[in-house]
Ligand binder design. Sequence first.
Ligand code: IMP
Length: 437
Amino acid sequence: MIIVIIGAQWGDEGKGKVVDLLADRFDIVARYQGGHNAGHSVYVGERSFVLRLLPSGIIHPDKVCVLGNGMVIDPKAFFEEVDQITEQGVVVSPDRLKVSTRAHLIMPYHRALDHTSEERLGNEKIGTTLRGIGPAYEDKAGRRGIRVSDALSPDLLKLRVERNLEEANRIIVLYGNPPLRADEIIEEISPLIERLRPFVAETSHFLAGARKEKRRILLEGAQATLLDVDHGTYPYVTSSNPTAGGASVGAGIPPHHITGVLGIVRTYATRVGEGPFPTEMLDAEEPIAHLIRERGNEYGSVTKRPRRCGWFDAVATRYAAELNGFDSIALTKLDVLDELYEVKVCTGYELDGRVSDTFPAVSQDLRQLRPVYRTLPGWKSSTLGTTRFDELPPNARAYVEFLSDTVGVEIGLISTGPERDQTIIMEGSTMEGWFAG
Ligand code: IMP
């Protein structure tokens, strides 16, 4: 069985907890795109882990984790994270962590270029995480990237760094920054590559073998659908394909071997960085945004930036469901809305006097449209830690059912708090089957 998990909105939907919950039922957890721009917070009892690059499965000692070919990997960030979780008592060894030979490396000049690129865009900046993600993917598409397998050969690494740096320095200097030195980069990177060597593997071959042996594989998306470079709110997107199709390419798994797709959807929406956000709570609604931000701890787990908060956008979520083919949805953070008198759901977009339920391709349209809302009564009581759907307040149940109906996908799991056991599994759902099987 191979299941893909994908954020349906602009990220931070609470994938970390769901992957962590599901990881119990899987043998292998693999990531297939992005790099350390992701940020999963996982809470296990008293302990909390922040994972950027490593799949959440790494916390479970009996799971094998894979960083797939579609990823961009900063070796420094990789070992910082490995060291950090090792200090927290997690054993990380090459037999349980495998890095694709074909993944691309993020080099120090990619980080520098991420800064200059944002500077160049000025008012139109993307608001990236400044981790060098975009420039590393640019080099990949430009066919000058350095793959993990290239870096294992010191001569090739030196050659590629020298060649790429010549180009990168032109831009770095143009923006008034000091040029980087190839010898310093090689000196910094070489010991890290040597340390990485035992972790390097032919990961798609490994995954194919695992599937044949009937081992269960979870493919963990980072970022989310609306940040997808093809399908998201371009150009305010990340540089990879978090959507379900990206899982096949980025893990090297044939599409028809994927058993199912689980969408992670939060009861409200957030966005970090720039870019259009139709249901954003602005002005008069800022106190509600503030309440949600505080109750939901809506601050970037990597960058600590306060997240922009907004109402549930059924148009955008339906678009995500369609693109990814969600079989089931895990709905997170229900408890965060417990204190609201009423909750709003965007059911359509009004643009130039016409109401539409399709998600526009043009970012400018997304900025100009007026969301059409349906207002539902709040439940004004605690749902924190509820484990049965029939024990939820009636208005909370009605809200969940309304979301499921408007998006057109079953809700198989509801998260009612950050802990593993603060979860409702919906009886008879596809999701329950995945848990059981
Ligand atoms: P980049 O991925 O650093 O290039 O950033 C591109 C856009 O994606 C920016 O708006 C970031 O804030 C956003 N982004 C990247 N990773 C995440 C994430 O894990 N959660 C939410 N937003 C993200």
